[in-house]
Design a protein around this ligand. Structure first.
Ligand code: AMP
Ligand code: MG
Length: 504
């Protein structure tokens, strides 16, 4: 454990060094309120490393007082609880008022790494933004967000993180009654594209400028020159989203609800609802039960992020200058960089996934050909690339482990000889290449059927051991753990999960 100041038995009260800034913004940015108490809070899981990074002693959060705080039953000293106002496009439809309907921001904490993070309780009760909702969260989706967001972090994808999960002891009504839970999560901030839209729609230019200045100071101080700070802001957000989307595509992650209110301007993955990782590769894959038209299908994600960025750019037009036509053309120019920025990161990632270090003409076609063959043959996305790493190693045996993932293995054979020909043009030995490939091609992802199994064991049997084991395996996704083969394997046909449900 990290070094903490010596504590005595009597000195185990929870101290969180809040350093709040959002609460200093004008009152129309949020609603101040305390979380609504729950009946019988119990700690399910605490993310020790993250807790330590926030300068909090994990043992203190495990005490009765700690659990009271994580459940919202007690507001810790220094917290200034509030729910943030925002708007957004949901599945393309404009909703002028959303806001945190069940999340309460306790405040901000500057970590030992110097990074300021929001500490938020999701499922903490009704707020003025709850509309028809009950302000609560259900255990299953809380565990899903916990597992998937932590897996994303370990995979190296920018994301909000899970600090802890609490069961509330209360039942939550959905199609039927479910056990209630709260997720304590941290984020670089919870400002969304929808936060900007909220003020833009109200033509509240003062608020827009304050929000933009706030985001610049908090996230992009070095990328926003004083002469044109808001152009810099748009550029920075476009760049972050391009990178984020490339990373999602490379690991096979499908967010499921890419609404503008679920798009963080800091470039983190946020608001895990009916999200899932692809098993067998197909670009049209959709899991979300609410995404009936496939708007947020895997292949559409980069384009949807572009669309969301268009919404963001629009909100900044009033800040770009007096001449609206000039402002629009400037915004369009910055926005127009997105496809190339995305493609650059995506292609370079794909190249690494198949073990290519040098850039050569034809690489895009080579990797696209593999993806097309994978789609045609329902090959497992993660395993194809992971096992491809094994084929390049010094002691690689037959191609069978990869070709057997293809319904028609000869489709792989046709590709692999061209790949080997291309590998021969690289100046790297097999050992180095294999090691490099294994660092970008995970062995473990939070596969749907594993997440479901963990949720079912916890919800039905109150058994959290499977959830714990899954978290452990996923914390080192690039490293095979002996005895954990089950966690690397694709689902059997009877285990395949076809639909994931929204995180309500
Ligand atoms: P989401 O797409 O899940 O991020 O949520 C969309 C909006 O619905 C946000 O404003 C949420 O705060 C709100 N919301 C979702 N579930 C609930 C709930 N159970 N009670 C109140 N508001 C909710
Ligand atoms: Mg949301």
């Amino acid at each position: 454990m990290a070094d903490f100041p010596q504590t005595t038995m009597s000195d185990n009260s929870v101290r969180i060094d809040f350093a709040n800034t959002y609460a200093r913004l004008p009152e129309r940015f949020f609603a101040r309120l305390d979380p609504t108490p729950v009946s019988f809070p119990q700690l399910i899981k605490l993310n020790n490393g993250l807790v330590e990074n926030l300068g909090i002693h994990p043992n203190h959060l495990r005490t009765v007082e700690g659990v009271q705080i994580l459940s919202g039953n007690q507001v810790p000293e220094g917290a200034e609880p509030l729910s943030m106002a925002y708007a957004g496009h949901q599945f393309g439809n404009w909703v002028p008022q959303l806001g945190d309907g069940r999340a309460i921001l306790l405040g901000e904490v500057i970590g030992r790494d110097g990074i300021r993070r929001d500490l938020q309780l999701k499922g903490a009760g009704r707020t003025p933004f709850s509309r028809m909702g009950d302000g609560r969260s259900v255990l299953g989706p809380v565990l899903r967000e916990y597992v998937v967001s932590e897996a994303m972090h370990s995979l190296g994808v920018p994301t909000t993180r899970a600090l802890g999960a609490i069961s509330t002891g209360d039942k939550v009504k959905r199609e039927r009654l479910f056990p209630g839970a709260i997720l304590a999560r941290v984020a670089r901030s919870h400002v969304r594209v929808g936060t900007f839209q909220f003020f833009a729609a109200r033509q509240d230019k003062d608020a827009l400028r304050l929000l933009a200045d706030y985001v610049i100071a908090r996230h992009f101080p070095e990328e926003c020159p004083q002469s044109r700070p808001y152009h810099g802001l748009l550029k920075a957000v476009v760049k972050r989203q391009a990178k984020l989307l490339a990373r999602w595509q490379l690991v096979g992650f499908i967010h499921g609800v890419m609404n503008t209110d679920n798009t963080s301007v800091s470039g983190e993955t946020i608001d895990y609802g009916p999200c899932a990782f692809m098993d067998s590769y197909h670009p049209e894959t959709v899991y979300s039960s609410i995404d009936e038209t496939g708007r947020y299908a895997y292949r559409n994600q980069p384009g949807i992020a572009y669309w969301n960025l268009g919404c963001f750019a629009q909100t900044l037009i009033p800040l770009f200058g007096e001449d609206v036509d000039v402002a629009i053309s400037q915004a369009e120019e910055i926005l127009g960089n997105y496809p190339a920025l995305f493609e650059k990161v995506y292609l370079s990632g794909l190249r690494s996934k198949i073990g290519l270090l040098k850039e050569r003409g034809g690489d895009r076609e080579l990797v696209q050909d593999l993806l097309d063959r994978m789609a045609k043959n329902a090959a497992d996305y993660t395993l194809t690339f992971r096992r491809l790493s094994d084929l390049t190693g010094p002691r690689s045996g037959s191609d069978e482990p990869v070709r057997s993932l293809f319904k028609n293995p000869s489709d792989f054979d046709n590709w692999v000889s061209r790949w080997r020909h291309r590998l021969a043009m690289e100046n790297i030995n097999d050992v180095q290449r294999q090691a490099a490939m294994k660092l970008v091609n995970p062995a473990y992802i939070p596969r749907n059927h594993l997440v479901e199994e963990a949720i079912n064991a916890a919800t039905i049997g109150e058994d959290f051991s499977y959830f714990d084991k899954l978290l452990t395996v996923l914390s080192s996704p690039y490293q095979e753990l002996p005895g954990s083969e089950k966690f690397a394997a694709p689902p059997r046909p009877d285990e395949v999960v076809l639909a994931t449900y929204c995180g309500t």
